[in-house]
Each structure stands twice: as structure tokens, then as C-alpha cells.
Design a protein. Sequence first.
Length: 240
Amino acid sequence: MTPTALLLHGFTHTGASWDPVVAALGERYRVLAPDIRGHGAATDVVPVTLEGVLADVEVLAPHEGFVLAGYSMGGRIALHAALAMTGRVRRLVLIGASPGIADATEREQRRLADERLADELERATIEQFARRWAQLPVLADMPPEVAERVHADRLRNTPSGLARALRSLGTGALPPLWDRLGELAMPVTLVVGERDEKFRAIAREMAAPIASGEVVAVAGAGHAAHLEAPEEIARILVGD
């Protein structure tokens, strides 16, 4: 039986952002790459809550075991899902992801900042916000051809949907999971781009309490390694 890989996209993306990885995987996996609530075809699915998104993942996920992967926001959600479905997730692959913000004061500051950004988002067009988001330092150094493809994917979203997602699924909104990393019983691969120094440090810290955790740096890639090096991410997913 062909194994299943469930892939969760990042904030402002859609499931289509995984298309190059899916193409590189070929017939080796049955791939599920849904649009997360607040994004793409799920832009109007409410409520946009962690509980709702986890319920969506559980419905999609097979019971016989599957590979779960997520990027950035999708990585945080994948981590929550893996802890909720420990016996069903065969491998967990997190790309440019973190378990959240441990410090309560810092987390509240981030939540308030995200709330302000969501307010601004609702007053913008999706084109305006997509270009603004692309200028974040962690994303601004993408190769031009990758940036163009990512911009087209962002335009599949709406300001209202993204605002709902930011308020409920942002780093400031979700509870941190640093103290639960040791509960992960499955093999965990923490993927980071070589140029992404911030998340390389986070990945090293995450790996320490995970019994079967490893950090893999993708040569030449930035924060969104799956967008810049889809063939390498496919290789990692397969476990070559």
C-alpha cells in the first residue's frame, strides 16, 4: 500500500504551495495537502481555531500511520497534531517551525502585535498584503522565481481569511509546546534552511529533548526550504 504524507502549509500560503514537493515525490506517497482554515478554498470555513484545524487534520489523516509535515505555521499545527495523534503519526517533519513562544509576556506582546496586523490586513487588498509580507526579513531573500510563485499562491487568499488565521493560529495565539517535546515518540526531522540562522538555533534547541530528533540543514536555502529546494524536501520525506 502506498504510504500517505499529510502536508500543512504556512501562513499566507495554500496547499498548492507544496506542488513542487508533490511533483518531486512522484508515486512514492499519496499526498494530502489541504488548505488550512482561513486560507485558499477554506478561507470562509469557521471557526478558525486550533481545535477546528486539528479536527480537520484528524478527519483527513489515515489510521494506519502516515508522515506528517508542516512549514512555519503549519509546522506548529503539525506539532500539536502529532502530540494529539501519537499512535498514528509514523514520522514528523517540521520545516522552519517552532513550538511557540515560551515566555508569557513575550507571547502576549506577539499576540497584540498580530492583532494590530490583522486589523491592518482587513483594510488592505490581498495584493498589498502579499507584497508587504514578502518583505519580512526572514522571507525577503528568496530567489526571484520562487518569490514569484509564492506571490501567486498568496493571491489565492483573502484579507479577511488571513486576519482570522493570524488572530487564532499565530505564534502569539497558540500555547507553546516546549515542555511537551519529550513526549514525541516518533522520529522527528527538524528541517531548516542553511541561511535561516534564527530557526537553525531554534531547531537545535528543539532537538535536544526529542528522543529520535534530528536537525537537517538544507544547503543554500532560506526559511521556506520546501519552496526553494523541493527535491531535497521530497528526499527527506521519503527518508533517503
